[in-house]
Design a protein around this ligand. Structure first.
Ligand SMILES: Cc1cc2nc3c(=O)[nH]c(=O)nc-3n(C[C@H](O)[C@H](O)[C@H](O)COP(=O)(O)O)c2cc1C
Length: 112
């Protein structure tokens, strides 16, 4: 798919069909996150894959609004930005998330 088509197709998905994400799909999404640029190439982001239902539930309650959808997902990717490595960890983490969100869309997987 052309990049513009992936961009046009991408949407925030908050309801999931319960189908598990394959290891290949997950690897490709994580690879996309690793390809994201970071300020001064500091690479301050680590990615943690969460599949444990109890932890997904805890993550869904981690803030007052907007996180409920995590409960219904097969997997969550927690991006941990290290402020000791780069003061741009928020920007770097956001860009990595965007890359992963676009790759999920390319693979036909719902994500938010
Ligand atoms: C910085 C940022 C934070 C967001 N936070 C949440 C959130 O906490 N919960 C949620 O369900 N969606 C969140 N979204 C998704 C936006 O609501 C969504 O991108 C927007 O409504 C446009 O819809 P679309 O992604 O389907 O085009 C966030 C998006 C951005 C860019």
């Amino acid at each position: 798919m052309e990049l513009i088509d992936v961009m046009l197709k991408r949407r925030s998905t908050r309801k999931f069909n319960g189908e598990p994400v394959t290891k290949d799909g997950l690897d490709r999404i994580l690879h996309a996150g690793l390809l994201a640029p970071t300020s001064r190439n500091r690479k301050p982001c680590n990615f943690m894959v969460v599949g444990r239902r109890e932890t997904l539930k805890e993550l869904s309650e981690s803030k007052d609004h907007g996180a409920k959808l995590i409960e219904g997902a097969d997997k969550a990717i927690v991006v941990v930005g290290d402020a000791m490595i780069a003061d741009t960890w928020i920007e770097d983490s956001s860009i990595a998330l965007t890359y992963m969100h676009l790759m999920a869309s390319e693979l036909g997987l719902g994500s938010c």
